[in-house]
Write a new protein. Structure first.
Ligand code: PRX
Length: 631
């Protein structure tokens, strides 16, 4: 494709052009897509409200750009290669023409079940091709999908359904994860007791687990699609119509629905996919994320399929049936680009190099990392043993809100540097601000990572609450989008992400608000108050450390901590379960009653030699007690 950068000087040139004349730059990129009507303006924006529009008044359907655009020349090319949890089960290959039929048929099915343009549809499904079909079928008819990671609890699912007032849930009977069969429909049933807006659910049969089907509400997927036409005319969407909502955690208790729209998201995910991974036609690309996260949206489904790529989807876990599974899949499907998370790399690194031994990994050309900072040790292990020293690592920094990759090497084109996301992609104008909002120019600086110019896939709003979007991202530093991350620009101008500077922790690449976990802990009837902080964890990157004040009457400490863990699992899901729970008699507070997390973080990270001045606390004596307890 003409927009593919192939040399370092090409990158420098493209980057410069993207800053000097963003309109021209992005209109040139957008020209390679199929638009029902071209745009009037490339971008209109202000970061105060914020109000951001890309490709104003353009009309399109993203699925026409995935399906129709590719059918003519590559209808027989594999679009999705699906690898099941059990290596003994056959994998599935779905070509672009088959995908077209499946998407059209399911689009017609949803319509027949009462879904119209603008309706919200929840997807709560295992990693099976039908999950991607479900997303694309929504996009085909202009319904707004909101995928909820199938590991979230019934309460979390219900909260999301209620927040976006969804009309339909697409789900499955169960989910194979390693040796386990996880009930999925049962979680939906429990969630739907707390919601009122869902009219229909469509249930895919996958595990054969027993399920209860509610008459009039629940329909089997295979029955719903029976006899339904595989032809469908795509709904014509405005560039700024909503494509999807994806809930993500922030520093307040309730996750927010990040809204992405059609035109800009399409252009940006395709552009970044092609460039960062240097995908060439015929390559097989695999991203091991779950479609419940933004990485799955942008770089399993939309980006690769827009580029006409072959994308691998894996249902299982990295350690089943053994810790060589990832490498077995790379060899089996001759994967050329592999994209995973540092937490998976560290977990596999812990098994040593033996599980890699039987595999050649000789088709790999590019390996990627996403979701959290990758430490140097893991970077080198990945580079030497998986990439065999010959594959560039693309350490891609981005967020649910950015929609696509923002800072990353371009494989084989721009340099890599261990633990550095390196350089901004074309179109991305970064700024490092100090705490007073002053932009720090030049190299060798460190501060708050902000972005000063819009990019096509950026967040447009938080669903149902635009003010929250303004306050969360655009109010800390006027005129800038604030990422919530700290960053360093080194002496050579390369960027290294230092982690979150707000009350968000990153556990195994999953974002978690400390307040959200605290709320879940506080639901336990014996809990009086709690405070949650992150601490360094060898595999997960960060672990969850909870300090909890409890009414201990009639309970042992052991019972209570295990009950608290269970209750967090029930309210949010297993990913939010605290790694450490310390029962305390009080929490360090300022005179105005604010918890001093700085102190709790230091205790959790065992950096207790310098606690700073604690004399101004309301209860300085508690610090010593907590430190003792932590031992
Ligand atoms: O702190 C950064 C971290 O993950 C956050 C975004 O999380 P989420 O919206 O769940 O999206 C994850 C997948 C894109 C960021 O604010 N993060 C993401 N990628 C990196 C990273 N931190 C360091 N290096 C990265 N490559």
């Amino acid at each position: 494709m003409s927009n593919k950068i192939q040399t370092l000087s090409g990158y420098i040139h493209e980057y410069a052009k993207s800053v000097q004349n963003p309109d021209l730059f992005w209109s040139r990129v957008a020209d390679s897509f199929f638009w029902q009507k071209r745009w009037d303006k490339v971008v209109e924006w202000n970061f105060d409200d914020p109000d951001v529009k890309w490709f104003t008044n353009a009309k399109l359907n993203i699925t026409e750009n995935i399906l129709e655009r590719h059918l003519f020349i590559m209808g027989d090319k594999p679009a999705i290669i699906w690898e099941p949890n059990d290596p003994e089960e056959a994998s599935r290959t779905i070509t672009y023409s088959e995908l077209h039929k499946m998407v059209c048929q399911f689009a017609n099915t949803m319509k027949a079940q009462g879904i119209q343009k603008g309706d919200r549809v929840i997807i709560y499904m295992p990693m099976v091709p039908e999950a991607a079909v479900a997303m694309l079928a929504c996009a085909r008819i202009g319904a707004v999908h909101s995928v909820v990671f199938a590991g979230f609890s019934a309460t979390s699912l219900a909260d999301r359904i209620n927040d976006c007032e969804a009309k339909m849930v697409l789900t499955a009977d169960g989910n194979f994860r390693g040796t386990k069969k996880i009930p999925v429909k049962a979680v939906v049933d429990e969630a739907l007791e707390k919601t009122t807006t869902i009219e229909k659910t469509i249930v895919l049969k996958r595990t054969g687990l027993d399920v209860t089907m509610q008459e009039g509400r629940d329909i089997w997927w295979h029955e719903a699609i029976e006899g339904v036409s595989t032809e469908n005319k795509a709904e014509i969407m405005d560039s700024e119509d909503m494509l999807f909502i994806l809930y993500t955690s922030g520093s307040t208790g309730q996750p927010k629905g990040v809204v992405h729209t059609c035109g800009g998201y399409m252009v940006y995910t395709n552009y970044t996919f092609q460039n960062v991974f240097q995908y060439s036609q015929g390559d097989v690309y695999w991203c091991s994320a779950d479609i419940g996260w933004i990485t799955g949206h942008s770089y399993i489904v939309y980006g690769p399929l827009l580029a006409g790529a072959t994308t691998v989807m894996f249902e299982g876990v990295p350690t089943y049936p053994d810790p060589g599974r990832f490498w077995a899949i790379c060899d089996k499907h001759k994967v050329n680009q592999f994209y995973t998370a540092p937490t998976a790399i560290r977990a596999l690194q812990a098994y040593g190099t033996e599980p890699i031994g039987p595999y050649k990994l000789d088709t790999l050309k590019v390996i990627g990392s996403v979701g959290e900072p990758i430490n140097e040790e893991a970077w080198h292990w990945y580079h030497d043993h998986v990439g065999k020293g010959k594959c560039p690592i693309v350490d891609t920094w981005w967020q649910t809100e950015t929609g696509g990759m923002m800072i990353s090497p371009i494989a084989g084109v721009t340099p890599t540097k261990p633990s550095y996301a390196t350089l901004p992609l074309p179109g991305i104008q970064l700024a490092i601000l100090d705490n007073d909002g002053k932009e720090l120019t030049g190299n060798s600086v460190e501060g708050n990572l902000c972005i000063k110019y819009p990019w096509p896939a950026m967040i447009r709003t938080t669903y149902g609450d635009h003010k929250r979007c303004q306050q969360t991202y655009f109010s800390s530093f006027k005129g800038y989008y604030f990422t919530g991350d700290g960053v360093k620009r080194d002496e050579d101008g390369y960027y290294r992400i230092l982690g979150r500077v707000d009350d968000v922790i990153n556990v195994s690449g999953h974002r978690m608000g400390t307040a959200e976990v605290e709320n879940a802990i506080n639901e336990h009837p014996k809990v009086v108050e709690s405070a949650v902080v992150g601490y360094p964890h060898d595999i997960k990157g960060q672990g969850i450390y909870a300090y909890v004040i409890c009414d201990m009457e009639g309970r042992s400490e052991e019972n209570l901590t295990s009950e608290i863990r269970q209750s967090v699992t029930k309210i949010i899901g297993p990913i939010a379960k605290p790694d450490k729970i310390q029962i305390v008699s009080g929490l360090p507070k300022t005179r105005s009653g604010k918890i001093m997390r700085r102190i709790l973080r230091k205790i959790a990270t065992k950096e207790v030699s310098n606690m700073g001045d604690t004399s101004t606390l309301l209860n300085p004596e508690i610090v010593e007690e907590i430190m003792e307890g932590a031992k």
